[in-house]
Design a protein around this ligand. Structure first.
Ligand code: G
Ligand code: G
Ligand code: MN
Ligand code: NA
Length: 250
């Protein structure tokens, strides 16, 4: 079992590493961004996925420090990429509500020297559930800095269309559960069609997650989904593999 002290020690020993997964523009096929995904490189247990330590990090508040590490790493890595390639960072609801958030983002931007417009922050619907005044203020503050905001895992939480009207989103990430059954379930197809249509009407970019095959990609293209991400293109890989992921025609 993982304990708080294990997480603290790992932070101190630099055992966390940021992996990157490419996001492609559906129409052109170009890599337009990478999503930063945290990994724990444990000396005994090997690579540990975030699902196994993020909950503990949230309970203990260590997610704030861990999140700062991800933000800094992502910005520092991305500044070495072509400048039309953005970087997306996941924010935990705990991190989002932390009074440090704006300072953390400001620091990561300043320390790396990256253009704020190349940073996308991904939040889930659970962030929007409570204290909407404070949430709205934070989102506006981030956007005023030039940072863009994505609504992650769309469709899995307490999806409410009013969120799209009340909060300033630049992008909707359609949860991979809808994409996985795209070719086999009419209702998944209908949901994808509705969300991409909604995005188009509202001027919000749509990104399909978990794209694993060409059939799914073709259906997404037909529906006018803006971007796609998934194992079809690449699994998340270390920063040292970004150049290779950019070079690959697909
Ligand atoms: O990386 P995977 O491929 O295993 O991601 C699993 C989950 O962990 C996803 O829901 C993802 O949003 C979350 N996750 C990955 N990296 C981070 C991170 O840096 N911060 C937060 N808060 N969540 C992350
Ligand atoms: O929740 P979030 O969307 O931030 O996290 C992305 C998660 O999806 C990570 O766990 C990542 O490793 C995983 N993922 C990325 N591409 C695919 C895919 O094509 N298929 C599946 N099953 N999972 C994927
Ligand atoms: Mn995400
Ligand atoms: Na997601």
């Amino acid at each position: 079992r993982l304990l708080e002290m294990d997480l603290r020690a790992a932070l101190q020993r630099d055992e966390f590493q940021v992996y990157y997964q490419p996001i492609r523009d559906v129409a052109s096929g170009r890599v337009v961004a990478f999503e930063a995904l945290l990994r724990w490189n444990h000396p005994q247990r090997g690579l540990i996925a975030p699902i196994n330590f993020i909950p503990l990090a949230e309970e203990t508040g260590l997610i704030v420090q861990l999140g700062e590490f991800v933000l800094r790493s992502a910005c520092t890595d991305a500044v070495t990429w072509p400048d039309d390639v953005d970087v997306a960072v996941n924010l935990s609801p705990v991190q989002f509500k932390s009074p440090n958030l704006i300072a953390s983002v400001t620091d990561a931007l300043a320390a790396s020297g990256i253009d704020a417009r190349r940073l996308e922050l991904e939040i889930t619907e659970s962030v929007l559930l409570q204290n909407s005044e404070a949430t709205l203020a934070t989102l506006h503050e981030l956007r005023a800095m030039g940072v863009r905001i994505s609504l992650d895992d769309f469709g899995t939480g307490y999806s409410s269309l009013s969120y799209l009207r009340s909060f300033p989103f630049d992008k909707i990430k359609i949860d991979r559960s809808f994409v996985s059954e795209l070719a086999t379930r009419e209702d998944s197809m209908a949901i994808i069609r509705a969300v991409t249509g909604l995005g188009r009407s509202l001027g919000i970019v749509t990104t399909a997650e978990g794209v694993e095959n060409d059939v799914q990609l073709e259906l997404l293209r037909r529906e006018g989904c803006t971007q796609a991400q998934g194992y079809l293109f690449s699994e998340p890989r270390p920063a040292s593999d970004v150049a290779m992921m950019l070079d690959r025609p697909r």
